[in-house]
Design a protein around this ligand. Structure first.
Ligand code: ATP
Ligand code: MG
Length: 439
């Protein structure tokens, strides 16, 4: 036992000296076997949850009903789960009640795929009754036991199959794939929240492109519970590797924005209108914050995608001017975070040399430069505050103030006025005079 697992060894050893069996299981064993970095460390034991709690003073009864206790050791949380089997599956979902058992193999038998059904003992021996290590060596993803039965028990496993196949570059075993195609329709019984969480892991994973293609080809996309936006449903039939802008396989580390970027590239490849983007991420139960920031980028894209940018060569053409204006308006409307994300997406599109259909090529570098040169992008950047204007203009607060501030941001962004207090106030006074003489 080496690496991160070594630090968890005391947990396993404490259980063992209490007279119980304890092993590492699931993802951490699989990832160790492949020489990958571990995400979290799961431990399985023959001890009941009460017995686990008695052995570890620092515990949190995270999932008591399912037999899971979180044990804290050296500031790290480890999930310790009692050996269990799942029998009473209902409605193609995982059971609400479980039955504890004392036999490790019975516990491994309830797990989804052979590569996820391996255990590692404290002495370093691998317990692998279903040939997970051999499947990994051959690059195969296979259900534990009868694939048909496993997908009927819990339909989410089909989505997980796609995720693991993409993540670890595995082929799906023929029997498993056929069962998946046969039972794809059962996905309608699974809560969108669970599907959304898996889909998010796919987009943040090592091969979002393959994940998306498999998700569509398997029939899973068509059978996702909640009515997905029309553009997504239509895409089920033409989601083709060739037109997907998503990243293909990469081993390297992925930045924090990687996942958001992939969702955007997916939305752009499909040709999703901004309001549908919002519906999709709502349906997948993303936070409102995430949903609205993704929708903001899609609105920017919608605004920009039709503008021809031939201005590149001459730099002064009417088209370049148009591009500049639309871009500044879009930034003022949707904000800098959205603008930065859109630029990342445009760079990715450039990199792929694949301009999505019905859109024009947009010069990411030029847009980025314009964005960076902007003296102000919002109220906070403005060198004058609302209170300054109220004082100087001797007017109480009212709708005029918001409008004026907005106008000043606009003017400062276009460099019609310098972003300093005196200049802004005098421009503000001019505006108010004009308005008063109009009325
Ligand atoms: P990840 O790297 O994404 O965390 P993981 O294999 O650890 O992958 P988890 O969802 O954390 O996946 O689940 C831990 C283990 O629990 C899995 O390895 C598998 O053995 C088992 N498991 C999880 N979900 C299911 C399921 N729906 N059906 C059967 N077994 C499951
Ligand atoms: Mg895990």
């Amino acid at each position: 036992i080496e690496g991160e697992m070594r630090r968890a060894l005391p947990v396993v050893e404490t259980l063992m000296s209490g007279g119980y069996e304890a092993v590492f299981v699931g993802g951490c064993v699989r990832d160790t076997w492949m020489g990958r970095k571990l995400k979290d460390i799961d431990i399985a034991t023959s001890a009941t949850p009460e017995q686990v709690m008695a052995l570890f003073p620092h515990h949190i009864p995270t999932g008591l009903a399912h037999g899971t206790i979180t044990v804290m050791l050296g500031g790290v949380a480890y999930e310790v789960t009692t050996y269990r089997k799942e029998s009473a599956y209902e409605q193609f979902r995982r059971p609400s009640e479980v039955e504890f058992v004392t036999d490790l193999e019975a516990d491994l038998l309830r797990r989804d795929f052979t590569i996820n059904a391996m255990a590692l003992r404290a002495d370093g021996t691998l317990v692998d009754p279903f040939g997970g290590a051999a499947d990994l060596a051959q690059g195969i993803l296979r259900c534990v036991g009868e694939a048909d039965a496993r997908f009927q028990e819990d339909a989410l496993r089909m989505v997980r199959a796609v995720r693991f196949a993409a993540e670890f570059q595995l082929r799906i075993a023929l029997g498993t794939w056929r069962a998946l195609r046969r039972h794809a329709h059962l996905l309608t019984h699974v809560a969108m929240e669970r599907v959304g969480a898996e889909a998010d892991k796919m987009m943040g994973g090592s091969d979002p492109k393959r994940a998306a293609v498999l998700f569509a080809r398997s029939g899973l996309l068509e059978h996702t519970k909640q009515a997905l936006p029309a553009s997504v449903r239509d895409a089920a039939h033409r989601l083709d590797a060739a037109e997907l802008l998503l990243s293909g396989h990469s081993d390297g580390t992925r930045g924090t924005e990687h996942t958001e970027l992939q969702w955007l590239l997916l939305s752009i490849s499909i040709g999703m209108p901004p309001n549908e983007t919002e519906n999709l991420f709502d349906a997948l139960r993303f936070s409102t914050k995430r949903t609205s920031s993704l929708a903001a980028v899609m609105r920017m894209w919608e605004r920009m995608k039709g503008i021809t940018a031939d201005g590149q060569a001459s730099g002064t053409s009417a088209e370049a001017d148009m591009l500049y204006r639309q871009w500044i308006e879009a930034i003022l409307e949707e904000g800098m975070p959205a603008a930065s994300l859109l630029i990342e997406a445009l760079k990715a599109i450039d990199h792929k040399r694949a301009v999505p259909s019905k859109t024009s090529w947009l010069p990411a570098g030029q847009l980025e430069q314009w964005m960076k040169e902007l003296p102000v992008t919002n109220l906070r950047d403005l060198a004058v505050k609302g209170s300054d204007l109220m004082r100087e203009l001797r007017k109480p607060s009212g709708p005029w103030l918001g409008n004026l501030l907005k106008q000043l941001v606009h003017d400062a962004a276009y460099r019609k006025v310098e972003n300093n207090q005196a200049a802004l106030i005098s421009r503000g006074i001019d505006y108010m005079r004009e308005r008063e003489s109009e009325t």
